[in-house]
Design a protein around this ligand. Structure first.
Ligand SMILES: C[S@@+](CC[C@H](N)C(=O)[O-])C[C@H]1O[C@@H](n2cnc3c(N)ncnc32)[C@H](O)[C@@H]1O
Length: 429
């Protein structure tokens, strides 16, 4: 197979990463944005030993559910990988991918679909480099500036551009790494985080004054200093320039404080459905102790605290645990304890005597050691909430040693992207 070769082909399949699959004389080429049954003129752009990658030069026959992407940087930005599909097709593909990866464990139930498919993100973090504010080009460090990102609210876009223009006009952009915004679900509170490479707080008084005067919904402005050389977005040092370093949001009839470094689900409506689904499958009981592992600010556990005897939450980020403890008292929940710990290492003390467990790990999934402990302990029901079906599949294979897999429910937390969330109910075999 030669690089730069072009040929006509029909797409025979689509991978769980969203690449269309075509063959050239039995050699497999993965083509971004090509949908099943579509016919296209393809150009090979890279060749590996057993496969290659191609791009569409010309679409000859398109899928009936293909739509024109609304975003004008769609072909360059790496975020909205499914914007060329109508929502029904996006949902079908996610269902199909979840089934491909997980049906060996049982029936994959219908995807929990989203009503709100645009402007759903309540947190954005945009790289600001060489005077350019934008998202990274897929698999590269090039910045692609945008005019209106459809994943974030119109006001978020406006505030971002206001800050960018001020920084450029005043030659302050050189200090910047990222701009980050967080807001609550009705957009009545915004938190602005300016992520810089050194303390320039004294140079930002005018910007803060202008922002506060123009946008009364801004409740806090924080300077975050990040001098790391890796691609971790937030540094360790925060300087409050104005107001408070958190927002509060209402979720599941409770109020949650969310700090800068704490995880919070980004799609509010889908988060409600996800948490309802977790409670519905777990069926917590009044005489049971619930352990919420990877608990963040305590949202999953606290939303079920009134249904159990006791709630224990464990999380590695100190600020998130401080938020979780605050959230328990803010909502007058007296049966919850939260611990700041690395659950991949220190699991022994938490797993004894608990009846039911929720795990909601980051994309890398659970550690083997934790899986071993979950297998060894007498847990009646375990709900695994996963944002990565590949690591979920790996972990379920090991958990099957001691658990039955009773339900698998995919949920669309990230419309227009190829990400899939899953809720899996396991019970002790
Ligand atoms: C996907 S988030 C889930 C948070 C929370 N359950 C929620 O729904 O908002 C994963 C959480 O795991 C935490 N985490 C990552 N590694 C951890 C570890 N080794 N031990 C404990 N918590 C960890 C992260 O800080 C993050 O808050």
């Amino acid at each position: 197979m030669q690089k730069n070769l072009s040929f006509e082909a029909t797409c025979i399949d689509i991978t769980t990463e969203g690449f269309g699959v075509v063959k050239y004389e039995d050699f497999v080429i993965f083509v971004a944005n090509l949908l099943p049954q579509e016919k296209a003129l393809i150009k090979v752009v890279s060749v590996k030993k057993n496969y290659g990658y191609g791009i569409i030069l010309k679409l000859i026959a398109s899928h009936v559910q293909r739509v024109n992407p609304k975003c004008n940087i769609y072909n360059k930005c790496g975020s909205c990988t499914l914007q060329h599909c109508d929502y029904e097709l996006q949902a079908q593909l996610k269902q199909q991918w979840a089934a491909t990866l997980l049906s060996e464990f049982g029936n994959v139930e219908p995807l929990i679909k989203a009503e709100k498919t645009e402007r759903y993100r309540n947190k954005i973090q945009v790289p600001f480099k060489d005077g350019q504010l934008g998202y990274y080009r897929s698999r590269s460090n090039d910045i692609i500036p945008f005019e209106d990102c459809l994943l974030q609210s119109a006001l978020s876009n406006e505030i971002l551009f206001f800050i960018r223009d001020y920084l450029l006009k005043n030659d302050l952009d050189i200090y910047f790494r990222h701009l980050m915004l967080r807001h609550n679900h009705d957009e009545s509170s915004y938190l602005i985080i300016l992520i810089v490479n050194k303390d320039i707080s004294k140079k930002l008084n005018e910007l803060c004054a202008l922002l506060i005067a123009k946008y009364s919904i801004i409740k806090g402005i924080v300077l975050n200093i990040n001098q790391r050389s890796d691609n971790v977005i937030l540094g360790d040092k925060d300087i409050i320039l104005y107001g408070i370093p958190y927002i509060e949001d209402e979720l599941c009839k409770l109020t949650f404080r969310i700090g800068i470094h704490s995880f919070y689900q980004i799609h509010h409506q889908q988060c409600l459905k996800l948490y309802n689904c977790i409670a519905e499958v777990l069926k917590p009981q009044k005489d049971e102790i619930l352990l919420d592992l990877y608990c963040g600010i305590g949202t999953i556990g606290l939303s079920m605290a009134h249904k159990v005897k006791e709630l224990i939450g464990v999380e590695i980020i100190p600020e998130a645990i401080a938020n979780a403890r605050h959230n328990a008292s803010l909502n007058k929940i007296n049966n919850a304890q939260f611990y700041c710990d690395d659950i991949t290492k220190n699991y022994d003390k938490y797993l004894n005597d608990v009846d039911i467990v929720v795990v909601d790990p980051p994309r890398k999934g659970l550690s083997n050691a934790l899986i071993q402990e979950l297998n060894n302990h007498d847990i009646k029901r375990l709900v695994y909430v996963s944002c990565n079906p590949h690591t979920l599949k790996r972990d379920l294979k090991l958990l099957q040693e001691s658990y039955n897999i009773d339900r698998i429910i995919p949920c669309d937390m990230f419309p227009n992207t190829n990400h899939i969330e899953c809720v899996v109910l396991l019970s002790k075999a």
